[in-house]
Design a protein around this ligand. Structure first.
Ligand code: KG4
Ligand code: ZN
Length: 337
């Protein structure tokens, strides 16, 4: 029976979890730094690293207590090795490597994007391979064909802003504190999605690439020339969200046609968006397929997805190491997995 500790520290969330091969997830603790960074309108890398250093140890002890295990029960330690903020990644990697050295157990460095991608595998029912994956987070927006663990083919990606980044920037220009994406989504519930005709970028040309910076600028111009009333704000939020959902739907429909794959996995922070979940579920049902999502708390960054993926890599690929060298990567494409 294997017990894997998972450590996530790639950005502004410290997440630690314990995954057990027989009993599944035993513990999952998270500390979010958003309140700290909100004052600056975005993540301040140095502050993020310092806060991870403060939180890793207490969260680790809390996770052991929640899981009702001792550190000697751990079989391996998985940590996020990239992509992300280098300083933040280093704090988790150093913690993982030194703890593993002390316990004489191996480490598994995992790719943060792959961890997001596999997060829906912790749900019932788990998505079967092969599937199309729509990975939409604050830093990445990609469409992939996934044939199995480690078998990822990139079909399309954003040429500029990620979907979450577009949500956050649009929210910021309308006065919401960082990260404004979820707040904008909430406001959209009170608005009319058809009040404004915003562009659906890159849908008038073939291919699966995405682009969101033009849409963001379009919304900025609309906002600046508007009456800025509460109802207008809600209408803009709803119309923006509608344009994003429609764009992603057109691209996913294209990806299904291109690959003939009928299962869709949606993951990353923006997969928490209720409108997107509803529209993609309806699209897949109408295409004789099914859409799979992580539960809301596993859409955004967390330690559970790192522990889970670490367990799969450890048991299926035996890819663990006892090397003390600490290597993290700001950029780490899924093609390098
Ligand atoms: O996956 P994640 O926690 O961090 C990265 O790896 O980037 O994603 C965070 C992103 C943020 O941009 C946040 O605004 C966005 O996910 N997000 C949402 C929602 N919840 C989180 N965007 C739209 N609607 C939501 N409900
Ligand atoms: Zn993430």
């Amino acid at each position: 029976m294997a017990c894997i500790l998972g450590i996530e520290s790639s950005c502004d969330e410290t997440g630690i979890a314990v995954y057990n091969s027989q009993h599944g997830l035993l513990a999952n603790v998270l500390y979010s730094q958003v309140a700290e960074h909100a004052k600056y309108g975005g993540v301040v890398p140095e502050l993020a690293s310092r806060d991870h250093v403060r939180k890793l140890q207490p969260l680790f002890l809390q996770a052991l207590e929640d899981a009702k295990i001792s550190k000697q029960d751990l079989s391996a330690i998985a940590y996020t090795k990239g992509p992300g903020l280098v300083g933040a990644l280093l704090t988790g990697a150093c913690f993982a490597k030194s703890l593993a050295y002390g316990l004489n157990i191996p480490t598994v460095g995992v790719n943060h994007l792959e961890a997001h991608l596999m997060a829906p595998m912790m749900e019932e029912p788990a998505p079967p391979f092969p599937f199309i994956a729509l990975l939409v987070s604050g830093g990445h927006s990609q469409i992939l064909s996934v044939k199995g663990l480690g078998k990822y083919e990139l079909l399309g990606e954003t040429l500029d802003d990620a979907v979450g980044e577009a949500f956050d920037k649009t929210a910021k220009l309308m006065g919401f504190a960082y990260p404004g994406g979820p707040k904008l989504a909430k406001l959209a519930n009170q608005g009319d999605p058809l009040a404004y005709q915003f562009p659906k970028p890159m849908t008038d040309r073939p291919g699966l690439d995405l682009s969101f910076s033009g849409l963001k600028t379009h919304v900025l111009n609309t906002w600046q020339s508007s009456d800025k009333s509460e109802q207008t704000k809600a209408n803009i939020a709803a119309s923006f969200q509608h344009a994003v959902c429609q764009t992603l739907i057109i691209k996913v429909r294209r990806a299904i046609k291109q690959t003939n794959i009928k299962n869709l996995v949606v993951s990353g922070g923006v997969s928490a968006n209720i409108q997107l979940r509803q529209e993609l579920s309806a699209l897949m049902a109408a295409s004789d397929g099914q859409a799979y999502f992580p539960r809301p708390e596993f859409c955004t960054d967390n330690g559970a997805m790192v522990a889970y993926l670490g367990w799969r890599i450890f048991t299926e690929k035996g890819a663990a190491d006892n090397d003390l060298a600490i290597e993290v990567k700001a950029r780490l494409p899924l093609s390098d997995v």
